[in-house]
Design a protein around this ligand. Sequence first.
Ligand code: PHE
Length: 445
Amino acid sequence: MTDKQTRESFGSRIGFVIAAAGSAVGLGNLWKFPYLAGMNGGAAFLFIYIVIILCIGVTAMMCEVVVGRMGGLNAADSFEKLGGKRWKPVGWSGIACAFVILSYYAVIGGWIIRYMLHSFTGLIELAAQGKSAEVFSVFVSNSGEVIFYQAIFMAITAALVLMGVKNGIEKSCKIMMPMLFAAMLILIVRAVTLPGAMEGIKFYLYPNFSKVTPQTVLAALGQGFFSLSLGAGAILIYGSYLPKTANIIKSVRQICLIDTSVAFLAGLMVFPAVFAFNAPPEAGPGLTFITLPGLFAQMPGGMIFSAIFFLLFFLAALTSSISLLEAPTGYLIDHGMKRTHATLIMTVLIFLVGIPSAVSLAGGLNVGSRSFIDAAGYLTDSIMMPLASMLCCIFAGWSLKDEKLKAELTNNGTINFPTYGFWKIMMKVIAPAAILCIFATGLKW
Ligand code: PHE
């Protein structure tokens, strides 16, 4: 195991916040959140989502960062170091989860690269002829091309992880996150000034509770965990690179706020455009790749907006994928392997495991009623992440000594944390119980 002196760390607390917010802000916010909100009653979903983030998300993230910083190692070894061998599987499941997520995340990352480039080479013209759905299905059924772009996305992710925590992850996020915000603002201004945009804003901001079912709540819970990058060992390992003097409480609040704001803004970017051009808001996963090019085609300067939009997506996906790759890579590094070797091994393995997801889009490769890529998503978002996160809360709440936990959170009493008692109850009882209840009512294969 690497010793403390040689282990890498972030350069500053803000570096950590930006990198962790980069991990959190990703396809979950820009791609999944708008379509889930579209399918689940607009503002009603937004409302349930915010409640889940406030009650469960903040608590669960605080637990992950604390366990990471206290353990000072990757997820599996941090759990073992702090709680003994029997807790190690929780860390393992987190690392496995990051592995599985990245296997399909890179496939979608590949679509984004392809769409970004295609914005300049005919996407908009084809979309103007009403052929967006055809463009999408022709592309995804060409497995060779999908795998090619998946490989490019994995290679770019690997290049950044290869450069290390401070020079690769922290620096690249510091450049990419502001770009992401700027691109988003441009697109929101464009969307809300379209004629007819008001209808979309209404749909998004007026709640329709008639569409809410237990599955909606499970979807919001899974989305909350996915969006905050919880239960996948990613935030945990970032926590292990956090300097001991940094304020965890403030950092976690900032990360959750940034992540939720971006999800909210993503809806504001998508729905006005969807309504302005009479597209169906319940289009599901195809919302981004089918509906939006059609919308861009009807806008003046559509090619530019399309390119900005997919660039935005690409940056968001990349700041998340590097954290997903760092979770398993960091494990190998903690066990003495060189960063270069560890990164390359993990990249190749994850790429190979992602191939069935890439191929499943062409049809035929199913697990039960779901396509392989869908099944992988359901397994991680709705089962593995909430479960690992629940166990992390139980571990921090019941197994760690109270004085140690409090000392870690308050940097040995130098930070004021008046709501510690409340937070402890959330972590020990409320968050795990809520996750269990939602599981019991909503889980459906
Ligand atoms: N939070 C990322 C997103 O919203 C996905 C992710 C999950 C990243 C788990 C890291 C760990 O896209």
